[in-house]
Design a protein around this ligand. Structure first.
Ligand code: RB5
Length: 148
């Protein structure tokens, strides 16, 4: 199954975003890069919005967002209805964010996580599947909070 991954970063995550895109393409994933395209200072919220929209509209199945810490990206992306963005610093959380939380965006911090570990986190996250069942009920309750 071809799976398209939407990518985005600010200047603080630009290099890791490029590294991740190269890795994904080399491993058979289709990607779309929503920027930023250089290291000039910019606002992470703009790229979080673009990647979130790509997922909500069905243009991409998953998204990966990178900023300096991953925090700004995760805060911004989680404001968008239907987005479940998980900021991960290690593989266990990455796996569980798919298995239990059905995360549709992975957030990473370029100034926190080295590129080798970041790629392992990406691989783990993409290979992990949502378990559904009781976790679906919880995800549905989280979605209900968006309507409150
Ligand atoms: C940019 O300096 C930095 O604040 C940003 O990349 C990110 O870490 C915000 O959460």
């Amino acid at each position: 199954m071809e799976m398209k991954i939407a990518l985005g970063s600010d200047h603080g995550g630009y290099e890791l975003k490029e590294t991740i895109q190269n890795w994904l393409e080399a491993h058979g994933y289709k990607t779309e890069d929503f920027g930023t395209y250089n290291t000039q200072s910019c606002d992470y919220s703009d790229y979080a919005a673009l990647v979130a929209e790509a997922i909500i509209t069905g243009n991409a199945r998953f998204g990966i967002l990178v900023c300096g810490t991953g925090i700004g990206m995760s805060i911004a992306a989680n404001k968008v209805q239907g987005i479940r963005a998980a900021l991960c610093h290690e593989c266990f959380s990455a796996k569980m964010s798919r298995a239990h939380n059905d995360a549709n965006i992975l957030c990473l911090g370029q100034r926190v996580t080295g590129s080798g570990l970041a790629l392992e986190i990406v691989e783990t996250w993409l290979k992990s599947e949502f378990e559904g069942g009781r976790h679906q009920r919880r995800v549905d309750k989280v979605a209900a909070l968006e309507q409150a």
